[in-house]
Design a protein around this ligand. Structure first.
Ligand code: TRP
Length: 333
């Protein structure tokens, strides 16, 4: 029996940070160990260019994302790991799908709507500074997913709507051409832990409150020390749940360590400075090996290229065969 397909993409628009790691990278690597499924992981490089216009940075981020996945334990032999650009069939399918996508559907996409609302708030023209790539983004994402007939796609809150749109678009195609060619993808909602950043808001590049994943130990310590805490003194009891550093801590600590810290906070007797020191030592230890693997990969981009090229070699024949069926269904073959 054909295995079900699990597919996940990351847009290379920044240096991976702990929020990306806990929200997307670690859960997808865990998922990849489920051998009941066939796994596709890709770097959504063409998605990046609606917002990222610096060629050198884009090149750098693509390597960083690939090296992060690999350094954190994704096994490129067991899964198919590739770059979107190496599967040009994605872009042909995007056009085909765009012609099955109601314009009104794209009007409602939240990334586009957010920028529009911001313009209106400022009294600007609603579409000022918005490129059609941002607008068409959900159709490209649908092409990524539908080309490989993915059954399950991990989505956090921010991507859930895009996945629903991929389903809508697939359904529109199937209905129009009286076919069941496209598989309707399901969201895998297990992922999407939202890690607080240094200022307590969601860790996100746009808030400037991130901790990059592969910082030197020295820099890591400095950043951890910058985490906001309340002003309670060491002897005062503290609420672990409202402390961003506690959320970070429990993602890396053992259950026993987490429980011990919880009790010490609740009872009072430990200051935030000591909590930060413990957090640093646990995270630093956890990152030691991945950090070394990451550094080795980043020093040898040719090795990353070779791994990604091999992934594309595995993926592309499937994409070509499926796209041919799509062309036939619409009368272009
Ligand atoms: N839009 C996703 C993000 O911003 C990246 C992405 C592109 C993706 N295509 C995808 C994720 C297909 C899952 C499936 O992070």
């Amino acid at each position: 029996m054909q295995k079900k397909i699990y597919l996940s993409g990351i847009k290379p628009t920044g240096t991976p940070h702990f929020g990306n790691y806990l929200g997307a990278i670690r859960p997808t690597i865990q998922a990849s160990q489920n051998r009941q499924l066939d796994h596709y992981y890709f770097i959504a490089d063409y998605h990046a260019i609606n917002a990222l216009h610096d060629p050198n940075l884009l090149r750098q981020y693509v390597y960083e994302v690939a090296a992060t996945w690999l350094a954190c334990g994704l096994d490129p032999e067991a899964v198919t790991l590739y770059r979107q650009r190496d599967i040009p069939e994605v872009f042909e399918l995007q056009w085909i799908l765009t012609c099955c996508t109601a314009k009104g559907l794209l009007n409602r996409a939240h990334a586009y709507k957010a920028q529009r609302d911001l313009n209106l708030e400022k009294g600007h023209d609603a579409d000022q500074g918005i490129n059609a790539g941002l607008y068409a983004y959900p159709a490209l994402m649908a092409a990524d997913i539908l080309l490989f007939q993915a059954n399950k796609v991990p989505v956090g809150k921010d991507q859930f709507q895009h996945l629903e749109m991929a389903r809508d678009i697939a359904h529109a195609f199937n209905t129009r051409y009286k076919t069941s060619l496209f598989t309707l993808p399901e969201p895998d909602l297990e992922v999407g832990l939202v890690l607080p950043g240094l200022d307590g808001r969601k860790m996100s590049k746009s808030y400037g409150n991130t901790i990059p994943l592969f910082e030197t130990p020295k820099k890591l310590r400095t950043l951890i020390n910058r985490f906001v805490t309340d002003s309670s003194r060491p002897e005062e009891p503290k609420d672990p749940e409202t402390a961003p550093i506690f959320h970070f801590y429990r993602e890396f600590a053992t259950e026993a360590q987490t429980e011990s810290l919880r009790q010490r906070l609740l009872q009072g007797g430990i200051g935030w400075g000591d909590v930060k020191a413990e957090l640093f030592s646990i995270v630093d230890e956890a990152m030691r090996e991945p950090r070394a693997r990451y550094a080795a990969l980043m020093e040898n981009p040719a090795q990353i290229d070779a791994i990604l090229a091999k992934g594309a070699e595995k993926a592309r024949p499937k994409a070509q065969a499926f796209l041919q069926q799509v062309r036939q269904a619409i009368g272009l073959a």
